[in-house]
Design a protein around this ligand. Structure first.
Ligand code: ADP
Length: 387
C-alpha cells in the first residue's frame, strides 16, 4: 500500500464503529454515511457524510469521496449502487448484487434453494389471505411468516403457532412475505465466513446464539458452540457453500438452525460483520472486523483460530424508560479477570436497544459460563439524571 486507502462505510452504527477501531491501526481513512450526526461511528470516523442512506445523494457523495465501499447494514437504497457498480464507478464489497438478494427474503430463500443449500421448506405469499391455504397444502400446523423487505432483529418475523390466532395479531404482516415451515430448534448457530478477493474462504468457529424469547433478540452467545463434532462440520460446510455461492468478496454471517432431529439448515445471511462475531475482538487471533478490513484491502486474511472459550452478553436498553442513561456495572465487572465491556456511545436508551456488549473469556467453557452468571446482574443500564 503506497498510501492508506479511503474506505467508505454505509451506516454508522456499532458495527461501523468497531470496524473503524481496527482500521485506525492500519492508517486507513474511514468515511461514514449516516443521517445521525451523533451515531456510534461518528466520533472516530475521519469524515462523515451526513445524510440518509435511503437517499441517492448520500451514497453518490460517499462513493465520490472513497476508493471503495462496504456496508454495516442491509437497509440501504440499492439502485444507485447497482448502477455505479455496473458502470465501474464504485467498488462495493460485498457486491451490490449480493445485497439485492439479501434485501428481499424471498430472493434470498430462492437463491439458497437454487444452490442446493438446505433451508426450512417455504412458499411465497402476497398476504394473509393465502396463509391458510399454504399451511394446509404443506401440512403445517405451525409456521413462520417473514415480510420480504425491511425486517431486522426479529421485527418482520411472526411465529404462528396456530391458524385460528392468525388474523388477530398479524398487523403489518398482510404484505408479500415468505412463509416457512416452523423449525423446532435445538440450537441456533452462526458461522462467520470471510471471502477474499482471491476467492479464498476462511471461517471462524461456530457460535451458539441464545435468544430472548420475547424480543427475538440475541441475548447470549457461546463460542465455540457446544455441539457434536459432526454438527459442527455440517454447519461449517453449509456456511462455506453459502458464501461460495455468492461469489463475491466480503465478510458474511451465516445464521443456522440445528433442529431437534439433528438437521442443520441455513436461516439467513448477513453480508457484513455480525453480533455473533463481536467476541472475536478479544477471543481470536484476528477479529471479524480486521478480517473484513484485510479483505477490503486485498491483504492476506488472518488466522481465525480462537484463543480460549468466550461468552458474549448483549447490553440492552431496559423496558421501563427511553432517554439518557449510563452503564452501572463497571466497578464490579472490572474486578473480574477476562471481562471486557464495550459501550457503543449511543446517546439514548430505548427498550431493548443494543447499547453495548460484554465479552467474557476463561480457560474452559464451564468457567466462562459460571463467570457469565456473575456478570449478568451487573450488566445494568440506569437512567441518567440530567439537567
Ligand atoms: P431477522 O432478520 O429479524 O433476524 P430471522 O429470520 O433471523 O429474522 O428470525 C428471527 C428469529 O425468529 C430466529 O432467530 C428464530 O429464533 C425465529 N425463527 C425464524 N424462522 C423460524 C422458523 N422457520 N421456525 C422457527 N423459528 C424461526
Amino acid at each position: 500500500m503506497r498510501r492508506g486507502p479511503r474506505v467508505g462505510i454505509i451506516g454508522g452504527g456499532q458495527l461501523g464503529r468497531m470496524f473503524i477501531e481496527e482500521a485506525l491501526r492500519y492508517n486507513v481513512t474511514c468515511i461514514i454515511a449516516d443521517a445521525d450526526r451523533e451515531c456510534p461511528a461518528a466520533l472516530i470516523a475521519h469524515e462523515h457524510v451526513v445524510g440518509s442512506i435511503a437517499e441517492e445523494d448520500t451514497l453518490v457523495e460517499l462513493a465520490r469521496r472513497a476508493d471503495l465501499l462496504t456496508y454495516e447494514i442491509e437497509h440501504i437504497y440499492l439502485k444507485p449502487l447497482l448502477r455505479l457498480e455496473a458502470e465501474g464507478k464504485v467498488e462495493l464489497i460485498p457486491s451490490a448484487r449480493v445485497l439485492k438478494v439479501i434485501q428481499d427474503k424471498a430472493l434470498q430463500k430462492q437463491f439458497l434453494h437454487q444452490h442446493g443449500i438446505d433451508t426450512a421448506d417455504f412458499a411465497l405469499v402476497e398476504g394473509v389471505h393465502q396463509w391458510e391455504e399454504v399451511a394446509r397444502r404443506k401440512g403445517w400446523s405451525r409456521f413462520a411468516v417473514k415480510t420480504r423487505f425491511h425486517g431486522y432483529d426479529g421485527r418482520g418475523v411472526l411465529l404462528q403457532d396456530n391458524l385460528s390466532e392468525t388474523k388477530t395479531d398479524a398487523t403489518g404482516f398482510d404484505v408479500p412475505a415468505v412463509i416457512e415451515e416452523f423449525v423446532e430448534c435445538e440450537k441456533e448457530l452462526s458461522v462467520i465466513v470471510g471471502c477474499g478477493r482471491d476467492g479464498k474462504l476462511t471461517h471462524f468457529p461456530v457460535v451458539e446464539m441464545q435468544f430472548d424469547p420475547k424480543a427475538n433478540l440475541v441475548m447470549q452467545l457461546l463460542s465455540p458452540a457446544q455441539i457434536a463434532p459432526q454438527v459442527e462440520q455440517q454447519a461449517i460446510t453449509l456456511a462455506l457453500d453459502t458464501v461460495r455461492a455468492f461469489a463475491s468478496p466480503g465478510l458474511y454471517a451465516v445464521e443456522l438452525f440445528l433442529d431437534k432431529q439433528g438437521r442443520v439448515l441455513v436461516n439467513e445471511i448477513a453480508p457484513r460483520p455480525h453480533n455473533s462475531g463481536h467476541h472475536t475482538i478479544e477471543a481470536c487471533f484476528t477479529s471479524q472486523y480486521e478480517q473484513l478490513l484485510r479483505i477490503l484491502l486485498g491483504l492476506p486474511q488472518g488466522s481465525t483460530r480462537q484463543l480460549c472459550p468466550a461468552v458474549l452478553l448483549n447490553v440492552l436498553g431496559p423496558a421501563d424508560f427511553s432517554g439518557p442513561y449510563y452503564f452501572a456495572g463497571y466497578e464490579e465487572l472490572l474486578n473480574m479477570e477476562g471481562v471486557y465491556v464495550h459501550m457503543y456511545g449511543k446517546k439514548e436508551s430505548r427498550p431493548m436497544r443494543k447499547l453495548g456488549h460484554v465479552t467474557i473469556l476463561g480457560s474452559t467453557m464451564e468457567e466462562v459460563l459460571e463467570k457469565a452468571e456473575r456478570v449478568k446482574p451487573h450488566c445494568v443500564i440506569k437512567k441518567a439524571n440530567h439537567e
